[in-house]
Design a protein around this ligand. Structure first.
Ligand code: HEC
Ligand code: HEC
Ligand code: HEC
Ligand code: HEC
Ligand code: HEC
Ligand code: HEC
Length: 343
């Protein structure tokens, strides 16, 4: 009933506009043309989505408890933040093909990342509108090759490293760090999976893609698998949910490839090992006065090795999967950085 009420407004508007066009078209008189074909009933088109099913409602509920809605950072609407932090800014960068994710202006009425950010809602008022706003491979801000993960490409645009300006180069010149927030920013996941955009010091460990780098659907396969209520998966996109007082892992997206009672996110001990390496590098960076206890850069001028090691620490830490996204690349960045700082 509520949906019906929401629909009558636009339909009445449509009738008024059409009538106005018809009347204004009558000022020049000519012979009457043949009658046109019957148009499609607008409400039947709207009804393909706004029907008795709970599909939209279920997705809205999942999204409403996701960090895309609750994170609150959509007030970061300056043009150079808005491309990833607001719905309007994202549509702007996609339409203008701006791969540095800088919007052409700062949206004055920003809204959080929502249905219209990722879907073409109400552009043709047909089921086509559920198509994604983009599924093109993404030219990374930091990295040489485009990242391509199918449906996950919509995510990859935003969940990628930013350029700390300057990006330390192995063997390159000193780096002046001016801000405690210096680094690759908070969402390095795409670079991690594509094995691109870290500071690749030479060392014993190879910088390679991992078993999850070429997955069809990428992010979507794991993060949007069958949901657990509104806490994880689906349009919530989180990987964990609260269950009887503890955090449970959402494995509905893993089972097509992994099975067994004891499978969890720490399969192969990957998370434990990554956490240990992160802690080891963290201690070194703090001891050497490059980073503080809150994992913020201490402004100053550093060698490319010091700045690069700091960047790599933040890169793996901000990926937030403790090695699951790409254990090979995480391990190589951390181990080679530790060795380089020691040498
Ligand atoms: C492809 C599916 C789809 C079709 C077709 C569709 N809608 Fe929607 N509509 C949606 C979704 C999804 C939302 C929720 C948008 C949001 O919350 O951002 C919505 C929201 C709305 C709203 C609430 C206001 C708003 O814009 O968020 C109205 C009113 C509405 N639709 C009317 C219509 C009418 C009238 C038609 C047909 C002329 C129509 N819709 C066709 C999917 C559709
Ligand atoms: C328009 C940019 C954008 C797109 C597109 C996008 N995200 Fe996000 N995502 C963000 C931002 C920004 C946040 C943090 C929101 C905040 O703090 O306000 C976030 C948060 C998240 C979180 C929660 C992170 C946490 O720390 O708990 C997950 C998980 C996530 N996104 C996954 C995805 C997946 C999967 C996709 C693709 C289906 C996707 N995102 C598409 C920008 C985006
Ligand atoms: C290339 C896309 C991109 C740009 C540009 C960008 N951000 Fe973000 N930002 C993200 C993503 C993605 C996340 C969420 C990452 C996650 O939770 O894993 C995020 C998270 C954040 C957070 C939340 C951190 C937390 O710990 O919860 C803040 C604050 C933030 N960004 C501020 C900014 C500001 C300020 C700017 C502009 C100067 C900016 N961002 C530009 C993608 C971007
Ligand atoms: C961050 C990006 C993102 C946001 C925000 C988002 N979606 Fe989606 N949505 C997707 C992706 C990606 C898929 C494809 C999932 C798959 O194939 O498993 C999808 C699939 C869907 C589908 C199934 C489409 C079909 O073709 O059957 C519906 C319905 C849908 N979304 C509705 C919504 C609604 C309603 C909202 C707002 C509450 C919303 N989405 C917000 C990314 C998003
Ligand atoms: C192989 C499955 C898989 C793929 C593919 C994947 N993720 Fe994850 N991701 C995970 C798991 C598992 C975690 C959580 C680890 C934990 O909580 O210990 C995670 C953590 C995250 C987090 C931290 C917040 C959270 O929900 O825990 C973000 C943000 C994120 N992933 C975004 C992405 C994006 C964006 C992509 C695509 C570029 C992606 N992921 C691809 C499995 C995956
Ligand atoms: C499309 C197939 C596929 C999916 C889906 C998938 N994985 Fe994997 N995963 C693999 C392959 C292949 C390997 C390497 C062989 C092995 O160790 O079993 C692997 C290895 C791993 C490893 C060991 C570390 C490493 O990099 O070798 C972890 C941890 C892992 N997967 C976690 C997950 C989690 C958690 C999910 C679901 C959120 C998931 N995987 C979904 C294919 C997949």
């Amino acid at each position: 009933m509520k949906n019906l009420k929401r629909l009558t407004g636009p339909i009445i508007m449509g009738v008024i506009v059409t009538t106005a066009i018809l009347i204004s078209g009558c000022t020049k008189e000519g012979p009457q043309g043949p009658p046109g074909e019957d148009g499609e009933d607008a409400s039947s088109q709207c009804g393909t989505c706004h029907d008795v099913s709970t599909e939209i409602q279920a997705k809205e509920v999942q999204w409403a408890s996701s960090k895309h809605k609750t994170g609150g950072n959509f007030e970061r609407n300056a043009s150079y933040c808005a491309g990833c932090h607001t719905s309007e800014g994202f549509i702007d960068v996609i339409e203008n093909g701006n791969t540095s994710m800088v919007a052409s202006e700062s949206p004055t009425n920003p809204s959080p990342i929502g249905c219209k950010t990722c879907h073409q809602i109400h552009q043709t008022y047909t089921p086509q509108d559920y198509q994604l706003t983009t599924s093109e491979p993404v030219d990374l801000i930091v990295g040489d090759e485009p990242a391509d993960m199918g449906k996950g490409n919509v995510c990859a645009n935003c969940h990628q490293a930013r350029d700390p300006e300057p990006l330390p180069q192995p063997g390159g010149g000193d780096v002046a760090i001016e801000s405690p927030y210096w680094g690759p920013h908070h969402g390095t996941q795409t670079n991690m999976i594509a094995a691109q955009g870290g500071v690749e010091f030479e060392g014993d460990y190879d910088y390679s893609t991992g078993p999850h780098s070429d997955m069809e659907g990428g992010c979507v396969t794991c993060h949007m698998s069958d949901p657990y209520g509104d806490q994880a998966g689906g349009h919530n996109m989180s990987m964990t949910y609260a269950y009887h007082g503890h955090d449970a892992p959402l494995t509905s997206g893993c089972t097509q490839c992994h099975e067994g009672e004891d499978f969890d996110f720490n399969y192969g001990n990957v998370q434990t090992e990554t956490e240990e390496l992160l802690a080891e590098l963290e201690t070194k960076l703090i001891e050497q006065g490059i980073m503080d206890e809150e994992d913020h850069a201490i402004p100053g001028t550093y060698s490319a090795t010091e700045a690069g090691a700091l960047y790599n620490y933040l890169f793996v830490m901000e990926d937030s999967s403790a090695g699951v996204h790409n254990s090979n690349y995480s391990e190589a960045l951390l181990k080679n950085s530790i060795d380089k700082l020691d040498s």
